[in-house]
Design a protein around this ligand. Structure first.
Ligand SMILES: CC(=O)N[C@H]1[C@@H](OP(=O)(O)OP(=O)(O)OC[C@H]2O[C@@H](n3ccc(=O)[nH]c3=O)[C@H](O)[C@@H]2O)O[C@H](CO)[C@@H](O)[C@@H]1O
Ligand SMILES: C=C(OP(=O)(O)O)C(=O)O
Length: 424
């Protein structure tokens, strides 16, 4: 198993290219199941989660070819040979549940393992299932699997009012509704850029969708979708992560490919904390406005609010910001596992339920720390960028789920970082 060694050092300077979004790609890939014609995705990120989704799609009979060093995914589902997503693959990644809607819509029947909880929370899929029920499907839970069946003749349009916002349930329902008979209305739908990206791709495949990016999405079902080529939207979470690097370590970094509309709430919050963000046609340039960073209060919310997927990284910044910050996590019930690890580096953090109080210290100290989930891993790397001495982050397989070439990207702006064998 590999570790990352990061040694705190001087200011960072240069550019970091931002990849296509993991969370968009993971919902765009299952969209291939909706059509017997090819779907090609460009600007795909090179991540282990993408390989897991490829394996899952292949297990259903889809063909997935990674071309141009993985940047292009050429997929075809003309010869599906299964409608069962096995626990062995689904348990590796919760986004696997996103094959359920497309399979149900295209084949009329699907058996998909329940993904189970994960480190950051219980993460049930009840809202996904309620949406399919509203489209006439019958659902049964047996042996840890969802057995889903569309009514005779296929799914029917339905009205779904989500009791709270779910990105995955919105995506699953949106995909299923494209092939349903009649019109489906999704109320209190997620508005994330990844939803807009999915709707763009489905529209390019012939779907009829209105309102993606608002809280009400209307889908007029069509009998068939066709092939398309779609460019995956920029990864706003990778973007936000690297925007924090020069704020933690000093210097100035330009994230290539980023735009402010993907991250307005985050940009406003780091500006409040003392960042200067400049938007240019090539991306976003970030540096400290003048002097040290200051404490701020952060509350995670569905888009357009501050993203939960940037909470851990923001905490890394606030560990050395002047004053006392509060971070409130409202999306996941257990998403502060990075706090005890940051504390090992000298941070002062007090977690009470869904709230963390961070009292800024002058400097963190390098220490051996353990990554507990994807965003926690990268928060420890960020913290290590400015810590005195060397930080060893172990269990970096979490990182490989969501950050491609992290060592190369950070070295490119002058960070002292390397990947080593855990025992080496
Ligand atoms: C692959 C992907 O895109 N992952 C993202 C997606 O996850 P994901 O789609 O799983 O997150 P959701 O938006 O569905 O989850 C929001 C909240 O709703 C709860 N819930 C969700 C569905 C359901 O049926 N029942 C239920 O109770 C969850 O436990 C959580 O507390 O959105 C999250 C919230 O922005 C991000 O952190 C994840 O990175
Ligand atoms: C929580 C995340 O991913 P997933 O939903 O795939 O677990 C994430 O990307 O931060």
């Amino acid at each position: 198993m590999d570790s990352i060694l990061v040694t705190g050092g001087g200011p960072l300077s240069g550019t970091i290219p931002i990849a296509g979004a993991k969370n968009a790609c993971l919902t765009l890939m299952p969209a291939t199941l909706l059509s017997d014609e090819p779907l090609t995705l460009t600007n795909a990120p090179r991540l282990s989660d993408i390989r897991t989704m490829s394996t899952l799609l292949e297990s259903l009979g889809a063909e997935v070819s990674a071309l141009s060093d993985g940047l292009v995914l050429a997929m075809s589902s003309h010869a599906l040979n299964g409608n069962r997503a096995d626990y062995e693959i689904v348990r590796k990644m919760r986004a696997s549940i996103l094959v359920l809607g497309p399979l149900l819509a295209r084949l009329g029947e699907a058996v998909v393992s329940l993904p189970g909880g994960c480190a950051i929370g219980a993460r049930p899929v009840d809202l996904h299932l309620k949406a399919f029920e509203a489209m006439g499907a019958t659902l049964e839970l047996r042996d840890g699997y969802v057995h889903a069946k569309a009514p005779e003749g296929g799914l029917r349009g339905g009205e779904v009012e989500f009791p709270f916002v779910s990105v995955g349930a919105t995506e699953n329902a949106l995909m299923a509704a494209t092939l349903a008979h009649g019109t489906t209305i999704l109320r209190n739908a997620a508005q994330e850029p990844e939803i807009i990206d999915l709707a763009k791709c489905l529209t390019a495949m012939g779907a009829k969708i209105e309102g993606a990016g608002t809280d009400t999405i209307t889908i007029h079902g069509v009998p068939k979708l066709h092939g398309a080529t779609h460019r995956v939207v920029t990864d706003r979470i990778e973007l936000g992560t690297y925007m924090l690097a020069p704020l933690v370590a000093g210097g100035e970094v330009t994230c290539l490919g980023g735009s402010r509309d993907l991250l307005e709430a985050f940009c406003a919050k780091i500006e409040e904390a003392g960042a200067e963000v400049t938007e240019t046609p090539e991306g976003l340039t970030v540096k400290r406005a003048n002097g040290p960073m200051k404490a701020v209060n952060v509350e995670t919310e569905p888009f357009p609010g501050f993203p939960t997927d940037l909470q851990a990284q923001m905490m890394a910044l606030l560990c050395t910001a002047q004053g006392e910050s509060t971070l409130e996590e409202t999306i996941f019930e257990n998403r502060f596992m990075h706090a005890p690890e940051l504390t090992r580096m000298g941070a002062q953090i007090d977690v009470q339920g869904g709230q963390a109080k961070v009292t800024g210290v002058a400097r963190l100290k390098g220490a051996p720390v353990m990554a507990t989930d994807l965003r926690a891993s990268v928060s420890l790397i960020l913290a290590g960028l400015a810590a005195e001495g060397t930080t060893r982050v172990s269990r970096v397989y979490h990182l490989d789920r969501g950050y491609e070439h992290v060592v190369t990207k950070l070295r490119g702006v002058g960070a002292q970082i390397e990947r080593v064998r855990e025992d080496g």
